[in-house]
Design a protein around this ligand. Structure first.
Ligand code: C2G
Length: 444
């Protein structure tokens, strides 16, 4: 008798799950299905699981393919199950290709093709259903976005669009997605549009998607003009759509906790925020070539200005930019000094000059410091005049952070959270305003 084993969360049970179990069963004579516990999903960083363990087990049972259902509770469990049940084949969907090769030492490993299109009525599920995402753009970021999306239950990436059809075809093939020939086709199929095209195209794509009634996750910076960003938020409201500017830091739990601690009054009144983030970029990358929208500030300002806007406010009095330029006239290092009625802030970024990446928040009674990579906040300290008094905070930061943005979007669509506290419209608009001022000074 050939024994097959597979594992999964099987949340919001859908056609992809059904087809996976059907083919898993067909690989042998006896199918064992491991269903993950809530605790295990939490440990491996899977967010937004909606159904209870009981419901998920019941849905697997109802599929009729499982001869035995077990519970997956811990990370090392797969190997011990395979030995215990004398399993011949371990199988899982192709979204995990490579990840489980190590099991090949114990039994045969088969990756079954992931079901691309799960946008059928089978997905409808009481209040929740799987939100289908379409991506515009096929660069480095969307590839990471696809990888991260599988850690958010209730969201699935369906396909991709790029006016450059060759790039789109290659991306779709590599990531097992559909390729849309036109934007209309993409809007037809999806609920959420992720815009990951070059900066200067964000506004037009976001506007178009919102006009078609789609929720939008737009890469940062949302636009390069305050009026455009404001118009997009207004449109989103009119269309009853969720619009998110994807400054990943804003959605991660560590940064949320840092802001909450800073706002708690523990360091007194906040007077100064100093944020620095640099990355030496290849001279031939878009960021250092594109004379209209390239350079350090347009690339990095959103992340740097985030803690500043959150803690000092969006109503700044003045801003002064000091820059160092490359031969193309693009800033390779910029320091923005921002003045407020109650204090000031500085934001330093660079694509061609390296400096210590740090976030420091100074108050009348103490200060907070988060070292690089503070933009993926996992650790920060609260320090005081009495140097022996230090409060330390740690948080997890999973994957590369995209999962937090996707999770927030799904929660907001489902009304689990209606809060825009992660990044408010005012903050997003103020960031666009400062980028507009910067480009004005640079005469671009
Ligand atoms: N699946 C699929 N097509 C989809 C979605 C999922 O074939 N469109 C497959 C997955 O690859 C997996 C199974 O269905 O084999 C269950 O998917 P999930 O519930 O998302 O579970 P997952 O997070 O993939 O857990 O230990 C758990 C395993 O690592 C897999």
């Amino acid at each position: 008798m050939k024994k097959v084993i597979t594992y999964g969360t099987f949340d919001l049970f859908h056609e992809g799950h059904y087809r996976l179990l059907q083919r898993a069963k067909a690989l042998g004579d006896y199918l064992i299905v491991g269903v993950t516990t809530e605790r295990y999903d939490k440990a491996r960083g899977k967010l937004n699981v909606v159904d209870s363990l009981m419901t998920r087990i019941e849905n697997v049972r109802k599929s009729g393919f499982a001869d035995e259902i077990i519970i997956e509770e811990t990370i090392g469990q797969k190997i011990s199950d395979i030995k215990k049940y004398d399993v011949d084949i371990f199988t899982v969907g192709s979204d995990w290709v490579g990840k489980f090769d190590y099991i090949g030492e114990y039994c045969e490993v088969v990756y079954l093709e992931r079901t691309k299109d799960i946008s059928s009525t089978q997905l409808r599920h009481e209040a929740h259903r799987v939100q289908q995402i379409g991506i515009i753009g096929t660069g480095r970021l969307p590839a990471r976005f696809v990888k991260e999306s599988k850690f958010v239950s209730g969201a699935s990436i369906l396909g991709v669009y790029n006016p450059n059809k060759e790039h789109a075809a290659e991306f779709a093939k590599r990531n097992e997605l559909k390729q849309y020939e036109t934007l209309e086709e993409l809007y037809e199929a999806v609920d959420i549009v992720h815009i990951a095209s070059p900066h200067s195209t964000h506004y037009a794509y976001a506007k178009d998607a919102l006009e078609h009634g789609k929720h939008v996750i737009c890469e940062k910076p949302m636009t390069l003009r305050k009026a455009e960003t404001a118009e997009l938020y207004k449109l989103a409201r009119e269309k009853n759509c969720v619009l998110i500017e994807d400054i990943k830091t804003a959605y991660c739990p560590g940064f949320d906790s840092l802001i909450n601690v800073a706002r708690s009054g523990i360091i007194g009144q906040i007077k100064y925020v100093d944020a620095c983030f640099t990355r030496i970029a290849d001279k031939n990358t878009r960021e250092l070539i594109d004379v209209k929208t390239g350079g350090s500030f347009t690339e990095m300002a959103s992340t740097l200005l985030l803690p500043i806007m959150k803690l000092m406010g969006t109503e700044y009095e003045d801003v002064r930019f000091d820059c160092i330029h490359n031969e193309q006239g693009l800033d390779i290092f910029t320091k923005a000094t921002i003045s407020y009625e109650r204090g000031f802030a500085s934001a330093t970024c660079g694509l061609g000059v390296k400096a210590e990446g740090r976030l420091m928040i100074a108050g009348t009674e103490g200060y907070i410091v988060a070292e690089a990579p503070w933009w993926k906040t996992t650790y920060f300290e609260v320090r005081f005049e009495d140097a022996s008094r230090v409060e330390k905070y740690t948080e997890r930061f999973l994957g590369d952070g995209f999962r937090y943005t996707i999770s927030d979007m799904v929660n907001r669509i489902n009304g689990v959270t209606t809060s825009t506290m992660q990044l408010t419209k005012e903050e997003s608009e103020a960031i666009s305003n400062m980028i507009e001022q910067f480009l004005g000074q640079e005469e671009r």
